[in-house]
Design a protein around this ligand. Structure first.
Ligand code: TXA
Ligand code: MG
Length: 341
């Protein structure tokens, strides 16, 4: 029989990132220590956190998100020292990456230690760990004194949340508390690197391949090119369809033509441009939102704009696909997965 989540009242607390209120932090820590779920901002997206060492608490995350049990979750640690308590083996390459990129948007897959319940890793022998760089997350994880399992705070296969409103849209009634610190500063989920074998990138993200290789001193290729969506999966959670709005999404390298074509078929279209193409005049059936042509700024705005378009109940979202260049790799990965329905 399928387990079900129990409806709870979801409290929302506004927090100031410059001086995090100790009473709010304590409340969040107590909920987590009691086996509850708290959505917290990170520097990338909002995560839904639970005590990573409490099997039942982690199971509640899977229920709230309707996440398949085969998709492991990332464990967040306060610092590299705490991360080391979660793994069986801490290779020198992990030190190199942690020294340069932690706290920050980098997740390391290592051999799982005995402390970590199997549910975290979908029963597998590895665990993904990262140290997030956000004042609110840091304050809560330090107050709780435990590592926190925290996948992105959205229902399974939907868009990741970059605001508290996005979290509530998917998880209201399923989690005890949301700490609302405004939009997250990043916007694209962390880079996931496998260090259990020769280093490789399981999920491209804000830390690029050349940044990783410079810190590692060895190669760190992409485990699976994002265009090859049918290749065998190294990361069990890398389902082809992921990070997707409810509205069908398509990526285009000739978006103005594609939008004109769809609009002539009387389709209601949302078009996410790369800034420079947005001056053309289209019918009122076309809603044009433009994102900056700088990858960092684009990444910060991408999910919020997709959430906005998704709310409008359009027939289609067309996205101008950014160029096939390293600094766009993470964004292209998410867009291509999002369009793979
Ligand atoms: O930026 C982020 O990483 C955000 C914030 C909240 O920290 N978290 C996030 O978590 O994106 P989630 O669960 O939405 O994505 C975790 C990714 C999935 O692709 C999953 O398959 C992979 O990490 N992963 C987790 N544990 C793994 C493991 N043991 N081996 C391989 N991949 C793993
Ligand atoms: Mg996710």
């Amino acid at each position: 029989m399928q387990e079900e989540f129990q409806l709870v009242e979801t409290l929302v607390q506004k927090v100031d990132t410059t001086g995090v209120d100790p009473i709010v932090v304590r409340e969040a820590a107590e909920i987590l220590l009691g086996g509850g779920l708290v959505a917290l901002p990170t520097e990338t997206v909002y995560g839904v956190a639970a005590n990573a060492l409490d099997e039942l608490a982690v199971r509640r995350i899977f229920l709230a998100k309707e996440r398949p049990a085969a998709n492991p979750v990332i464990v967040h640690a306060a610092d590299a020292r705490q991360a080391q308590t979660l793994v069986d083996d801490w290779p020198v390459l992990a030190d190199r990456l942690a020294d340069v990129f932690w706290p920050g948007p980098l997740t390391l897959v290592l051999h799982r230690g005995g402390l970590v319940p199997g549910v975290v890793s979908a029963g597998g022998p590895t665990v993904a760990v990262r140290v997030p760089n956000h004042a609110v997350f840091q304050a809560v994880i330090r107050a709780a004194g435990i590592p926190l399992a925290a996948p992105s705070a959205n229902r399974s296969q939907q868009l990741s949340p970059t605001t508290a409103e996005h979290v509530l849209r998917d998880l209201e009634g399923r989690i005890e508390l949301v700490l609302d610190a405004g939009p997250t500063p990043g916007g694209i989920e962390s880079t996931v690197v496998d260090l259990t074998d020769k280093p490789s990138i399981l999920r491209p993200g804000p830390i690029t391949q050349s940044m990783l290789e410079q810190a590692l001193g060895v190669e760190c290729p992409l485990a699976k090119p994002p265009s090859d969506l049918n290749a065998p999966l190294r990361s069990p959670g890398s389902l082809a369809r992921h990070y997707a709005p409810r509205t069908p999404l398509e990526c285009s390298t000739a978006a103005p033509l594609r939008v004109a074509e769809l609009s002539s078929q009387n389709k209601r279209i949302g078009w996410l441009t790369l800034g420079e193409e947005s001056d053309a005049n289209y019918s009122e059936n076309v809603i044009v939102l433009s994102l900056p042509s700088n990858p960092t700024a684009y990444g910060r705005g991408l999910y919020a704009e997709l959430h906005r378009l998704d709310e409008l109940g359009l027939d289609r979202i067309v996205v101008s696909l950014p160029p096939d260049q390293e600094e766009w790799a993470a964004i292209r990965d998410r867009l291509i997965r999002g369009s793979n329905s």
